[in-house]
Design a protein around this ligand. Structure first.
Ligand SMILES: Nc1nc(=O)c2c([nH]1)NC[C@@H]1CN(c3ccc(C(=O)N[C@@H](CCC(=O)O)C(=O)O)cc3)C=[N+]21
Length: 285
C-alpha cells in the first residue's frame, strides 16, 4: 500500500457516487442548489470558492454565487441570508470565512437556517454532533474521517491526538473521533510538552496553522499523519502544518498538501448539499 493518502483520488470516488445520486434526484424532479456567499476578494477565499463552484458543476449541483463588496454591512449580509433561508429551492447556504472585521462571524453563522447550514457551523448542528445526533458536520473533519476509513485504517481504540482546538476543525474533529471510539487528546498553544503528547498518537491530526511546524520529533514510528494546514510559501508553493519530507520515512500513512484534506473538504460540502436536498424533500412529503 502506498503511504500517501491520495485525497484527490478518494474525493473523486466519492464525487462519482454523488454525481449518480444527483442525477437520480433530478429524475424525481429534485434539483440540488447551493448558495455561496463571498464578502470581499481575499485571494485564498477566491480560490476555495472557485473550487467549490467547479465541484458543484461536476456533480450537477446548481450553484448561486453572491460576490459582495468588502464594505458590505452586517445588516446587508443578514438580509441576504434571510432571503436565502426563505427560498425553498435553496438547499445549502455557505458564507465563506473569514469575513471582514466589521461583520461578526458568530452572528452570521447563527442566522443561517440549521437545515441549510451545510458547513455544519451553526450551534444547533454543533450541539447535535456533540450529543451524537444527526445533523450537518463540519466538512474538513468529516472529510478526514472518510479519508482515514477509505484508506482502510481502523480508528476504534486508537490513540488520536488533535493539535488545534478551532470550532471548525479541532473541536468537531475530536467529537467525530470519539464517536468512532478512539481515545482522543486535544492539544493547543498552551499544551506543555507538545512533542511528547504528539508522540503518543497512532493517528495525529495537525490543525494548528503553522507552516511545517510538525517535524519528526512529534511523530511515533508507524503513525498516521493527517495534515489540515494550508500555507502559501514565498516561492508560491503550498505546504501544510507538517514537514512532509522530514517525517515521511517514519509514518505509515500521510496526507499531502495540496491533494490531501483540501479536496475532501469540498467533496464533503457537496455531500452535505445532497443530504440537505433529500432531507428537505422528506419534510415536504
Ligand atoms: N464557510 C467556510 N467553509 C469552509 O469550508 C471554509 C471556509 N469557510 N474558509 C476557509 C476554509 C479553507 N477551506 C479549503 C477548501 C478547499 C481547499 C482546497 O481545495 N485545497 C487544495 C488546494 C487549493 C489551492 O490551490 O490553493 C488542496 O489542498 O489540494 C483548501 C481549503 C475551506 N474553508
Amino acid at each position: 500500500m502506498d503511504k500517501i493518502i491520495d485525497g484527490k483520488q478518494i474525493s473523486s470516488a466519492l464525487k462519482e457516487e454523488l454525481k449518480k445520486e444527483v442525477s437520480q434526484l433530478m429524475e424525481q424532479g429534485i434539483e440540488v442548489t447551493l448558495a455561496v456567499i463571498q464578502v470581499g476578494s481575499d485571494p485564498a477565499s477566491t480560490v476555495y470558492v472557485g473550487n467549490k463552484k467547479k465541484a458543484c458543476e461536476y456533480i450537477g449541483i446548481r450553484s448561486l454565487a453572491y460576490e459582495l463588496k468588502e464594505e458590505t454591512t452586517q445588516e446587508e449580509l443578514l438580509a441576504l441570508i434571510e432571503e436565502l433561508n426563505q427560498k425553498v429551492e435553496v438547499n445549502g447556504i455557505l458564507v465563506q470565512l473569514p469575513l471582514p472585521k466589521n461583520i461578526k462571524e458568530d452572528v452570521i453563522i447563527k442566522a443561517i437556517s440549521p437545515q441549510k447550514d451545510v458547513d455544519g457551523f451553526h450551534p444547533e448542528n454543533v450541539g447535535l454532533l456533540n450529543t451524537g445526533q444527526k445533523g450537518f458536520v463540519s466538512c474538513t473533519p468529516a472529510g478526514i474521517i472518510e479519508l482515514i476509513k477509505r484508506s482502510g485504517i481502523r480508528i476504534s481504540g486508537k490513540e488520536c491526538v488533535v493539535i488545534g482546538r478551532s470550532n471548525i476543525v479541532g473541536k468537531p474533529m475530536a467529537a467525530l473521533l470519539l464517536k468512532e471510539d478512539a481515545t482522543v487528546t486535544v492539544c493547543h498553544s498552551k499544551t506543555v510538552d507538545l512533542k511528547s503528547v504528539a508522540k503518543r498518537a497512532d493517528i495525529l491530526i495537525a490543525a494548528l496553522g503553522k507552516p511545517k511546524f510538525i517535524n519528526r520529533d512529534f511523530i511515533k514510528e508507524g503513525a498516521v499523519v493527517i495534515d489540515v494546514g494550508i500555507h502559501r510559501l514565498d516561492n508560491k508553493k503550498l505546504c501544510g502544518d507538517v514537514d512532509f519530507e522530514d517525517v515521511y520515512d517514519l509514518v505509515s500513512a500521510i496526507t499531502p498538501v495540496p491533494g490531501g484534506v483540501g479536496p475532501m473538504t469540498i467533496t464533503m460540502l457537496m455531500k452535505n448539499c445532497v443530504e440537505s436536498a433529500k432531507e428537505m424533500q422528506n419534510l415536504r412529503k
